[in-house]
Design a protein around this ligand. Structure first.
Ligand code: MG
Length: 334
């Protein structure tokens, strides 16, 4: 059985394999980005990227700084259902500061309250009681009601669930899909679109007769004959009117998958995008951003959020600025 932490850890060691699978010569050969000369791109930031740097000093000033880099909108992280605060700041106050800085907030990441605490998830200590199961579906979905209410009050268009629960069997995956579906109904009733954000483990397959899931690698690719892919099970077992999907370019590649292929075959499901590279956008050459963006726009979508890991680096604001510089210099970004 592969647990989430080992899975993510081993996935991060697959960088070379992912590069081999997904390296795009066109992108790599496109040459160095020219100096940014445009700030009219419609592009956003997932604020998780900045970690505590967003709140260091003065939040309002930091938001204005993001606007000056060229960002037009934000996706929130750090909303607390118990306090209705974002990063410790009253939700409406946060929104006003963002709007005053010229930034819209179309989306927010929120884990189902209670899913990852106590007996229900990844924070469990002994690893034996952290599994998602059918008995939790209604309770977890219900716990989203307050989330929906708080976000509706602020006029947020999307709420996105950012993380998969512990799932051991194909039935667990289907139960999790049902939870997402029921949650989507709750958000829909509040006038909000509900989405799911994946990592790499959703591209693993549930191998018949084996507890847990298996991650494909370059050396050990998996096919449909090995068992169903988690991502397909989630998409096929959720109603498109209840659950949309937010693609993460980096985690798709880490799952040994091509983002463009998924954007083509699941055009009706993928509506939001995390634009993520190994660090600063465009630096690795491993992400086929031009083709990804072109397909994303062709599908009729508009919200693209820069995201960078390593949030405690102390360099996130610089990395975000450099990433926006890359974006501003690309003629294929609208
Ligand atoms: Mg992401």
């Amino acid at each position: 059985m592969v647990n989430r932490r080992d899975f993510l850890k081993s996935a991060s060691l697959l960088s070379l394999g992912a590069l081999a699978a997904c390296n795009n010569k066109e992108t790599a050969a496109a040459g160095p980005a020219v100096e940014a000369n445009s700030t009219d791109k419609y592009f956003g930031l997932q604020i998780y990227t900045l970690g505590n740097e967003l709140y260091a000093g003065n939040l309002a000033d930091n938001l204005k700084k993001l606007k000056s880099f060229g960002f037009k909108y934000l996706e929130l992280a750090g909303y607390d259902v118990n306090t209705n605060k974002v990063g410790g700041v009253d939700f409406s106050e946060f929104k006003k500061m963002a709007n005053d800085a010229g930034l819209e907030i179309p989306s927010s990441h929120v884990n189902a309250p209670g899913l990852f605490s106590g007996v229900a998830g990844r924070e469990s200590r002994d690893g034996s009681d952290g599994q998602f199961n059918r008995s939790m579906i209604n309770k977890v979905a219900e716990s989203f009601k307050k989330v929906a209410e708080d976000h509706a009050k602020q006029g947020i268009e999307y709420v996105v669930h950012p993380m998969m629960a512990y799932l051991n069997t194909e039935d667990d995956v289907k139960a999790f899909a049902e939870m997402l579906n029921k949650s989507g109904e709750i958000f829909k009733a509040a006038g909000i679109k509900f989405g799911y954000h994946h990592h790499n483990m959703e591209f693993a397959r549930m191998v018949k007769g084996v507890k847990g899931f298996r991650l494909p690698t370059v050396l050990t690719p998996l096919t449909a004959a090995d068992g169903p892919m988690i991502m397909d099970l989630l998409m096929d077992n959720t109603d498109p009117s209840n659950v949309i999907y937010e693609m993460d370019t980096y985690w798709t590649v880490m799952g040994q998958q091509d983002p463009v292929v998924w954007l083509q075959k699941r055009a009706d499901r993928i509506k939001l995008m995390h634009v993520k590279d190994f660090v600063v956008l465009g630096d690795s050459g491993a992400m086929n951003f031009q083709k990804i963006f072109e397909q994303f726009y062709k599908n009729g979508n508009k919200y693209l959020f820069c995201e960078i890991e390593d949030i405690d680096s102390g360099k996130q604001m610089q990395r975000v600025e450099a990433s926006m510089k890359f974006i501003n210099a690309q003629p294929w970004v609208k």
